[in-house]
Ligand binder design. Sequence first.
Ligand code: C5P
Length: 228
Amino acid sequence: MKHNPIIVALDVESAAEARALVERLGGRVDFYKVGLELYAAAGMDFARELMAGGKMVFLDLKLYDIPETVKRAVAQVARMGVRFLTVHAVGQAMRAAVEGRAGSDLKLLAVTVLTSFGPEDLEEQGIRGTAAELVERRARKAVEVGMDGVVASPLEAAAVRRAAGAQAIVVTPGVRSAGAARGDQKRVATPAEAVRNGADYVVMGRQITRAADPAAEAARVLEEIAGA
Ligand code: C5P
């Protein structure tokens, strides 16, 4: 693997906290995920600050709205220089997103099926079939409409890679090194397994952000992946 595959999830409540983490990680990590919490707290100002400091930003907004709204929101994000943005893997929203980012370097990632959804949740939404089938179908659809990649659980990474093809960007959260605390993540794989299963990037939160020495922990994970 030539590039640094670690994206650190800045799941914190303020720009000050996020800034401190980024500083502690120094040159070890250059790609950060800004999710809904930090986005609500510090918004695009903080994303801009990261980019001004030479960092890449993965904006995890999981967009899902009427086409015009999605298209215009994506156009705004694309203009800012954000690297990755998530959109729910629903045809209408994805097509609008692809239109909205036209002419920019923004890469659009499809969120297929939230990993918090069990069979009852799918049934409640009137969806037939298993989550695994739905993930594959949506991953295929995402690439077909012009999305650049897919967010997948590391356990589904191989299937998603097959469905989405070699060109697709596969990003997996829910990874933990052997022995690391799992927190609320149940179906996890190690970063090395995720990469072996076809992931281009692994999103890591607590294992790195809550480590006594986040930079050392990131370096250790990189070695683990390189040795895979
Ligand atoms: O701390 P941890 O490594 O579990 O954080 C993982 C990050 O990836 C969090 O930002 C979480 O919201 C996100 N995520 C996830 N599982 C998914 C989708 C996103 O853990 N299925």
